[in-house]
Design a binder for this molecule. Structure first.
Ligand code: TA6
Length: 309
């Protein structure tokens, strides 16, 4: 995407993308371009109505999603590190092949601190696909062959993010995974999350206690770190003037995380009050691992939609 020693230049691969994604419709004036964001090589997607998104090659991480009114919808910590020495705190980190500490691998797996390659770029369309495959480093820790693809599509009123995984090896493997979305809120204690009532969860903030959500909506007054099982119905985030619809496909679970004051203070890449302006609502495979036979593929996606106030 960059000329040697020169400025990044936009790429034009719309036909290639159309072959990859037959349902793709090129939206007038939508575009993708290569940019440098906080020193990292990244891609900016723009839609005709003025919405935009930024995706870093490092971690294939969405770092910004602005709706047409200019409002940033994702939280990105002021103290996030962009020197590639650590995962970036905020946006939408990709967790694979391990969610959190559910196994022997580094927390949240192997891909959030890795450079991904551009797989398909559609100049003229606000969609982009990045790819990361097993390499010598991943195989030292996890001896399986895989190809992971992250597809990001900016819509006029929303953002679709999909993670696809192929088992390109000769043995079956099992994985857990997440799109660890950090949603921006103005004040966490004024936030309501609707759609989880009646679901069972495991609460890592409470000794992995199991519970059932009996409240009509989730409100926040302290640390929360729950995996909701079988959370496949759409959710609605109400946070003052911010209203988001959150839906998933392929991911069976939803993780809700906020570290609150004490947990936040323990994170070097967060300002002390940072927890007040974020809520992670994550699309996850976390309750039970997903098994993938040789040659088989899996795909999960999270769709964020701005709702009218
Ligand atoms: O998804 C929730 C979680 O697993 C929490 O337990 C919390 O630790 C969070 O992820 C952030 O993890 P990180 O490694 O990015 O600090």
């Amino acid at each position: 995407m960059r000329r040697p020693g020169g400025e990044p230049r936009p790429r034009c691969c719309a036909r290639l993308f159309a072959a990859f994604a037959p349902n793709f419709r090129q939206e007038a004036m939508s575009k993708s371009e290569t940019i440098v964001f906080k020193g990292l090589e990244a891609y900016r997607l723009s839609s005709a109505n003025g919405a935009s998104a930024v995706v870093s090659r490092f971690g294939a991480q969405v770092l910004s999603w602005r709706t047409a009114d200019g409002c940033e919808q994702l939280f990105l910590s002021e103290r996030a590190r962009f020197d590639r020495s650590a995962p970036i705190r905020g946006g939408i980190p990709v967790c694979f092949p391990q969610f959190s500490g559910l196994g022997p691998l580094p927390k949240h797996g192997l891909l959030r601190s890795r450079d991904w390659a551009l797989a398909v770029d559609a100049d003229g369309a606000a969609t982009l696909c990045l790819e990361a495959a097993a390499d010598a480093a991943s195989q030292r820790l996890w001896p399986h062959r895989f190809v992971a693809r992250l597809e990001v599509s900016l819509r006029d009123d929303g953002l679709d993010v999909s993670l696809a995984v192929d088992n390109s090896g000769t043995d079956a493997f099992a994985f857990t995974a997440a799109l660890h979305s950090y949603l921006a809120v103005d004040a966490i204690d004024a936030v309501e999350l609707h759609g989880l009532a009646g679901l069972g969860y495991r609460d890592a903030a409470n000794g992995d206690a199991l519970g059932i959500d009996t409240e009509p909506c989730l409100r926040f007054a302290g640390e929360i770190d729950r995996v909701y099982h079988g959370a496949t119905a759409p959710l609605r985030l109400e946070a003052g003037s911010r209203r988001l619809g959150i839906s998933t496909s392929g991911f069976p679970d939803v993780v809700v995380w906020n570290p609150w004051a004490k947990g936040c203070a323990a994170l070097a890449d967060m300002v002390p009050e940072g927890y007040r302006r974020m809520l992670c609502v994550e699309a996850a495979v976390a309750h039970s691992a997903q098994t993938l036979a040789p040659g088989a593929s899996w795909r999960g996606s999270q769709r964020l939609r701005r709702l009218a106030a």
